[in-house]
Design a protein around this ligand. Structure first.
Ligand code: XIL
Length: 635
C-alpha cells in the first residue's frame, strides 16, 4: 500500500464527510468525530512507501528480517550518526493548524545496544530549519517493538516538511513499521452559548497558549471567550535567550501579534525561573557550574539584568503584566526559599534585581511574583513573609500570582479563600495565573477517557472557585487558565503520562460541564448513568489479514457488570479469531461479549480485547460503536 497523501482540499472534503457522519441520527452528538488517517506505512508491498534516508550515507530499504505487523518493515542500516535514519516528506499531507497523532513502531536490529529513539519533524521556511519533537526519547532495544507516539500541530508556513526517526546515543541499525498519521476532524465551535468574557466581567479571563491555539477554530474559540492570554512557553528564557546575549522572539512575536490583533491582554511568563533556563546561564566565566562566589554573583546578576532589559523592552507596553519571578518558594527549607542556583549564588538579590530592573524597563506593567500550591499554609506563609519583607525594602512587587494547578478533590474552597485573605493586608493585587483542574486525585489514577462523575465534580470545582474569585474581585485583577481546551494540556505528561481533561472545553473544543460551572451552574448536566468510549486500533496488517485491538472505557457514573460491544464493518472485513472476548459476526455486523475476567468495568475503568480478521481492498475502521445498544464515543 502506498502511503496515503492528501492535499489540503481533499482533507477539507474528508472533514466534511466525517462531520456528516458524526451528525447522523443514532450516533453520539457532535462531540465524537471519527479519526482520519492521512499516512500509513506498513511496508508490505515491497517498497519503502516514500521513506528515504535523511542523508549521510545510511541505507533505508524494505526488509523481511523483522515486522511489527505482517511480514515487511523498513530497515535502516549503515548509520554513522544518531541523526541518520528514515524520513518521509509530508509537505503535501499535513495542514497548518490541525493537530495530528503520529505513531511509528521501532525495534533495534539484533546485536544493537539498547538506546533511546525519538520521532521528530524537520520544517524549513525559506532555508531556515526548525525541529519539533513529536515523541521524545523512548527506550528501544532489539528485544521487541516499541511505539513512538505523539501529537503534532504545524504552526507556521513551510516549504519543506519531513517526519523522521533518530536515536539518542548509538548508531546501530533499526527497523520501523506500522507508521500512522491521523487527525480527528475539528468540529465547528459552538456559537449559541454565552461568551465567558460576557459573563465573567469582574477581571480579564485568560488562557495559556501555544501557536496552535491561535490558528483556525482554536483561534476562533480563544478570541470568542477570553480577554487575556499567557504564552505558555514562548517567553521563557530558553525560548528568548537560548545563547548568551542572543535574543530570539520567533516563538513569542506571532502570539503577541495575535493578541494585539484580537484585543487580548498579555501576561508575560516568565522572566526568571529555575526551569526552562539554558545551562549557560549558570556556568561561570570558565564554563564550569557556578559556585557561590562574589564573582559568580556579579556575573549571574549581570546576565539577569541584561535578559530583562532586552526581553521586557522588546515588548514594551504590549505586555501589561509580567510574572517577574516564578516558583521561588520551597517551604520544606528552613529559610522557606527554593535553593536553586539563582538563590545559592545570589541569595535574595536575584529577586530584588529582577523586580527593580523590570520596573525600570516596563514602568507601565504589573509585576507579579508567581508560585504554585499557595493554598498550602506553610507555602502561603513563606511567600507572604518574603513579599512583606521585600516590599518593606521598597522592592516593586505589585502582586502575587497563584498558579492554582488543582484537582477535582483538592483544595477546598475554604483553603483557597484563606489563601486570598492571607495576602489582603499587604494591599497588593492577586492573580490566578495557571488554573487547571485535573480529573485525577493522585498520580496512581489513569483513565483512557474522562469519567462522567469526574467531569461533574470538576464542574462544581470550577463553579465554586469562580464564585469565590468573583466575590473577591476587589483583590483579584486576572484569572487565567493553563490552556484553551483538553486537546492540548501539559497535564497529559505531568506528573505522569495519561490523558487528562482539566479545562473548560473538550478535545473537540466543545463546552464541558466545567464551562457551565463558570458560565451558568444551573445548566451543569448530571452525568449519564451509562456512557462509553471505544478505541479501535489496527495494530498489524498484512496482505489479506490484520490484527485489531479494541478498548472499551466506562465513561458513565455506574459500574458495568458485563458488556457486549457491537459495530458494523464498512468494507467487508471478517473476524476470524478473538481473545479476551467472544465474537459473533453476521454479515457486516459484529458483536463481542465480555470474557469472564473482564466483565466488570468500574466507572473510569476499561476492558480490552483483540482479534484477527481478514480484509480485501481497503480496511476502513468502523465509524460507530455501541455497548448494550448505547452509542459510544470514538476515542
Ligand atoms: C509548563 C508548560 O505548560 C509545558 O508546556 C512545559 O513543558 C513545562 O512548563 N508552572 C509554570 C508553567 O509556571 O510555566 C509550567 O508550564 C506549568 C507549571
Amino acid at each position: 500500500m502506498r502511503p496515503i497523501r492528501r492535499h489540503p482540499a481533499a482533507l477539507a472534503l474528508l472533514t466534511a464527510v466525517a462531520l456528516v457522519t458524526a451528525a447522523a441520527p443514532g450516533l453520539p452528538a457532535a462531540a465524537d468525530p471519527v479519526p482520519v488517517t492521512v499516512v500509513t506505512g506498513d511496508f508490505e508491498d515491497g517498497t519503502t512507501q516514500g521513506w528515504a534516508a535523511r542523508g549521510g550515507g545510511e541505507t533505508v530499504a524494505v526488509s523481511d528480517a523483522a515486522a511489527h505487523g505482517g511480514t515487511g518493515s523498513l530497515a535502516v542500516t549503515g548509520r554513522t550518526a544518531g541523526w541518520q535514519g528514515p524520513s518521509l516528506d509530508v509537505l503535501d499531507v499535513l495542514e497548518k493548524g490541525t493537530q495530528y497523532t503520529v505513531t511509528a513502531w521501532v525495534r533495534l536490529a539484533a546485536g544493537a545496544a539498547a538506546d533511546s529513539a525519538r520521532l521528530s519533524v524537520e520544517r524549513r521556511t525559506a532555508g531556515t530549519a526548525g525541529y519539533d519533537q513529536v515523541a521524545g526519547n523512548t527506550a528501544v532495544s532489539a528485544d521487541g517493538w516499541v511505539a513512538l507516539t505523539g501529537r503534532y500541530t504545524l504552526a507556521t508556513d513551510v516549504d519543506f516538511l519531513h517526519v523522521y526517526v533518530e536515536t539518542a546515543n548509538t548508531t546501530g541499525s533499526f527497523f520501523v513499521d506500522d507508521v500512522t498519521v491521523s487527525y480527528v476532524p475539528a468540529l465547528p465551535i459552538q456559537t449559541g452559548i454565552p461568551r465567558i468574557r460576557d459573563v465573567v466581567t469582574e477581571f480579564p479571563v485568560g488562557a495559556a497558549i501555544t501557536a496552535a491555539e491561535t490558528l483556525g477554530v482554536h483561534g476562533d474559540l480563544l478570541a470568542r471567550h477570553f480577554t487575556s492570554v499567557t504564552p505558555g512557553n514562548a517567553l521563557k528564557w530558553d525560548a528568548t535567550e537560548p545563547a548568551e546575549n542572543s535574543f530570539s522572539y520567533a516563538q513569542a512575536d506571532p502570539l503577541i501579534a495575535y493578541a494585539k490583533a484580537n484585543g487580548l491582554a498579555v501576561r508575560g511568563h516568565t522572566l526568571v525561573w529555575h526551569n526552562q533556563t539554558p545551562a549557560w546561564v549558570f556556568k561561570d566565566a570558565a564554563g564550569a557550574p557556578m559556585t557561590a562566589t562574589a564573582e559568580n554573583k556579579a556575573l549571574l546578576l549581570a546576565r539577569l539584568e541584561n535578559h530583562i532589559r532586552n526581553v521586557a523592552a522588546h515588548y514594551g507596553e504590549d505586555i501589561a503584566t509580567w510574572d517577574v519571578v516564578n516558583e521561588v518558594i520551597d517551604e520544606s527549607q528552613s529559610d522557606g526559599m527554593r535553593h536553586s542556583t539563582w538563590y545559592t549564588v545570589t541569595g535574595l538579590d536575584y529577586i530584588r534585581t529582577a523586580f527593580t530592573v523590570a520596573r525600570e524597563v516596563a514602568p507601565h506593567a504589573k509585576l507579579i511574583i508567581n508560585d504554585y500550591n499557595t493554598n498550602v499554609p506553610a507555602k502561603r506563609d513563606a511567600l507572604y513573609n518574603l513579599v512583606a519583607e521585600l516590599r518593606a525594602e521598597g522592592v516593586p512587587i505589585d502582586g502575587v500570582g497563584h498558579q492554582m494547578h488543582i484537582n477535582v478533590g483538592w483544595p477546598t474552597v475554604a483553603e483557597t479563600e484563606a489563601m486570598l485573605q492571607k495576602f489582603a493586608p499587604l494591599g497588593i493585587t492577586q492573580q490566578i495565573t495557571e488554573m487547571d483542574v485535573s480529573i485525577y486525585r493522585d498520580s496512581s489514577e489513569s483513565f483512557p477517557a474522562p469519567p462522567a462523575d469526574r467531569l461533574l465534580s470538576q464542574a462544581y470545582v470550577y463553579r465554586d472557585m469562580l464564585a469565590l474569585f468573583r466575590r473577591h474581585a476587589d483583590q483579584i485583577s486576572s484569572v487565567t487558565l493553563w490552556g484553551l481546551a483538553d486537546d492540548n494540556t501539559w497535564l497529559d505528561t505531568f506528573p505522569v503520562t495519561r490523558k487528562d481533561a482539566p479545562l473548560l472545553f473538550d478535545t473537540s473544543l466543545q463546552a464541558k460541564p466545567a464551562y457551565w460551572g463558570v458560565v451558568d451552574p444551573s445548566r451543569i448536566t448530571p452525568p449519564a448513568a451509562s456512557g462509553c468510549s471505544v478505541s479501535y486500533r489496527v495494530t498489524g496488517s498484512w496482505p489479506g489479514g490484520f490484527q485489531g485491538d479494541v478498548r472499551i472505557t466506562n465513561t458513565g457514573g455506574a459500574a458495568l457488570a458485563g458488556w457486549s460491544l457491537s459495530w458494523s464493518f464498512p468494507s467487508g472485513q471478517r473476524i476470524t479469531q478473538a481473545w479476551n472476548g467472544t465474537a459473533q459476526q453476521s454479515g457486516a455486523d459484529v458483536t463481542v461479549t465480555n470474557a469472564g475476567w473482564n466483565a466488570a468495568i468500574a466507572p473510569g475503568g476499561s476492558a480490552a480485547f483483540g482479534f484477527l480478521g481478514s480484509w480485501a481492498g481497503v480496511n476502513t475502521a468502523p465509524a460507530a460503536f455501541a455497548v448494550g445498544g448505547t452509542a459510544c464515543a470514538v476515542a
